[in-house]
Design a protein around this ligand. Structure first.
Ligand code: LLP
Length: 431
């Protein structure tokens, strides 16, 4: 979250724009992105690899926030993306994103999705299971094409994070298990098919991780496996993909490492193990989602009703909630809020920030110290750029918010506010 900028009026600033003005111009709830922060974050990741003179790709995990404008911005920064569905791939196509820089993830890609990937000549399909190897092989045979692939592996590393955010442990729905020999069997199947060009191996251990240990262990395991496979099958691992998961700061209590520290530790771990196992240094790919989109996003709300509960914190209600940010309800995720029109004022009270959805769990923040607020005040929750809009449901038929990109004081709409008409667009009359 870091230092927030405030202007002379005492209003919160988002990449040079006054948050209160943004709320008035575009309406609320609104999600505003600090574009400079997104650019900077991508550049920070890339710089570490360049400093270490390692071949690399920074692949933005687009599930964090996947829209046409976001893909175009990521492309301006010359990064890759990963997609996990036909819908994300379609969005990338619409954005004119270079298909050779797209990786396709997912534990149950459909035939139609794989065909779309093949037809658009995407960079690499990250194979997750045996069914998929078979399905993709069939498609390639029919279309007489080839495609680059990687194998997603479960390295048997548990990340210390929310259990919904763990993916690297052996009992996971994702990837081929290394221990039981699944991974090796998958490799043999892939190597036996000349239409599959085996590029490398992938592991993703989880999300919102604060320390390097898990990444270092996963990197070592992947290099060891690459060394075994070199010996056994004369297969050269050209790419080692370590996934994403680098944690970000949501509240003052959160103390994650900097992007540089994560990447540096991964690079050093790979280099060390590669030397030990006398391997050729592979390219290292990473897939940060949250750490690119998260810190740059701000949710802007207008305060409405207030309910006093004798002896307990009052409920201060905003015009959004679990429909634009489901993370507090789903993961008990913690956030902090700022009163944008009094960003430097001292707090007068501690309140609960409630959403407007018909669900008792729709509380965005359980305990927030704030200056005394009025209906009409603008409340801003920072660090909502990842898994906010991208997970937004239409519960209660509330339209999803608009999204704006702000760069050096200039704002532009990147996703229009959903209208009531949009909400019924797919509904059919019952006759
Ligand atoms: N690569 C793979 C294969 C992944 O599964 C994920 C996230 C990422 C990269 C990006 O991870 P990140 O850098 O964003 O942590 N909805 C949850 C997070 C789900 C993450 C799923 N996979 C949340 O809001 O906390």
């Amino acid at each position: 979250q870091g230092e927030q900028q405030v202007n002379e009026a005492g209003h919160l600033m988002i990449d040079g724009a006054d948050a209160v003005e943004l709320a008035h111009t575009y309406g609320t709830p609104l999600i505003a992105y600090d574009v400079s922060a997104i650019r900077q974050q991508i550049r920070r990741f890339k710089k570490v690899f360049e400093r270490n003179q390692v071949d690399y790709a920074v692949s933005y995990a687009s599930k964090a926030f996947a829209t046409v404008g976001m893909f175009q911005l990521v492309n301006q920064e010359d990064a890759h993306i990963d997609v996990v569905s036909g819908g994300e791939l379609y969005t990338a196509i619409k954005a004119g994103f270079p298909m050779e820089k797209v990786s396709f993830h997912g534990n149950n890609k459909s035939r139609a999705e794989l065909e779309m990937a093949v037809d658009h000549h995407i960079g690499v399909v990250i194979l997750d299971n045996f069914h998929e190897i078979e399905l993709l092989s069939e498609i390639l045979k029919e279309k007489q094409q080839t495609i680059k692939v990687m194998l997603r592996l479960t390295p048997g590393v548990s990340a210390h994070t929310h259990k919904y955010d763990q993916t690297g442990q052996e009992d996971s729905k994702f990837g081929f298990d290394i221990q039981s020999g699944q991974a090796q069997k998958a490799l043999q199947q892939v190597l036996a098919n000349s239409q599959l060009e085996m590029l490398g191996i992938h592991a993703h251990i989880g999300s919102q991780i604060f320390e390097v240990n898990g990444f270092v262990m996963a990197a070592q395991k992947l290099v060891d496996l690459a060394a075994d496979w070199q010996k056994k099958f004369n297969f050269e691992t050209r790419v080692l993909n370590i996934g994403g998961g680098f944690g970000i700061q949501y509240t003052k209590e959160d103390d994650p490492l900097a992007p540089e520290e994560f990447v540096d530790a991964i690079v050093k771990a790979v280099q060390k193990q590669v030397t030990l196992r006398q391997l050729k240094m592979p390219a290292i790919w990473i897939e940060p989602g949250r750490s690119i989109a998260g810190p740059a996003g701000y949710s802007l709300y207008t305060i409405g009703s207030r309910k006093e509960v004798p002896g307990i914190r009052p409920y201060v209600t905003v015009d959004g909630g679990m429909g634009d940010n489901i993370r507090p309800a789903l993961y008990e995720a913690k956030y902090e809020a700022v009163l944008a029109n009094q960003a430097t004022a001292k707090p007068d009270e501690t309140v609960r920030i409630a959403g407007k959805y018909c669900e008792s769990g729709d509380i965005l923040i359980q305990k927030q110290a704030l200056p005394k607020s009025q209906p009409g005040d603008v409340l801003v929750i920072p660090a909502t750029g990842a898994y906010g809009y991208s997970m937004a449901p239409n519960y209660n038929r509330n339209p999803r918010p608009a999204v704006v990109f702000v760069e050096k004081g200039k704002a532009q709409v990147i996703v229009k506010r959903e209208s009531y008409e949009d909400l019924v667009k797919l509904d059919c009359s019952f006759v």
